[in-house]
Design a protein around this ligand. Structure first.
Ligand code: AR6
Length: 184
């Protein structure tokens, strides 16, 4: 079992699967800064969640014109097994010297703060930026797992469980390897 340095109640877990099928209080989407929908996990979330999610994003776009890279916006979750979707905008990978790690970590931290603000216990993440945005999975896994583990070891977190729902075995294996190396 992973999680030895994290207090018993506060778990970080890795699963292989489709994030739209796993119940959580908030499901994180890997969105784009126009909040315009797209392929990958974004497409799956809109298909499974229904059109109400895009209607809410239209309102957010009208109000604030999108979402900066490294940040996230919240909508309700429509037909998904969750209360909220947090639409996080990961960086496009451009070789690693364009603040990609900082921006990717910021996605995870922002979503965890949004969960704290809402008093949520369980949040699920996909592997942000490692599909269409081409972030190398091993590097992204290290950034993601460090950011989440740092949050879960905080004294004052109310988040009890963080799930990474990874779509394919290669991505899962990469996260599992990094998690083991981090010795959490
Ligand atoms: N459940 C969990 N993970 C999934 C699912 C799913 N149903 N479907 C795909 N993945 P990507 P990005 C994995 O491309 O790189 C979109 O068009 C996928 O295998 O979804 O952040 C947006 O609109 C990969 O491991 O997100 C943006 O324009 C991971 O999710 C852009 O792509 C992320 O791949 C964002 O690109």
């Amino acid at each position: 079992m992973h999680g030895t340095r994290i207090p018993q109640r506060k778990r970080l877990r890795l699963l292989i699967g489709d994030i739209t099928r796993v119940a959580a209080d908030a499901i994180v989407n890997a969105a784009n800064s126009r909040l315009a929908g797209g392929g990958g996990v974004d497409g799956a979330i809109h298909r499974a969640g229904g059109p109400g999610i895009m209607r809410e994003l239209d309102e957010i776009r009208a109000r604030q014109g999108g979402c900066p890279t490294g940040s996230a916006v919240a909508t309700s979750a429509g037909n998904l097994p969750a209360q909220f979707v947090f639409h996080a905008v990961g960086p496009v990978y451009r070789g690693g010297r364009a603040r990609e790690a900082e921006l990717l970590a910021s996605c995870y931290r922002t979503c965890l703060e949004m969960a704290e603000e809402r008093g949520l216990k369980k949040i699920s993440f996909p592997s942000i930026s490692t599909g269409a945005y081409r972030y190398p999975v091993d590097e992204a896994a290290e950034v993601a797992l460090r950011a989440v583990a740092a949050h879960l070891t905080r004294e004052n977190t109310r988040v009890e469980e963080v799930l990474f729902v990874l779509f394919d075995k290669a991505t899962y294996d990469s996260y599992a390897r990094v998690l083991k190396q981090l010795e959490y």
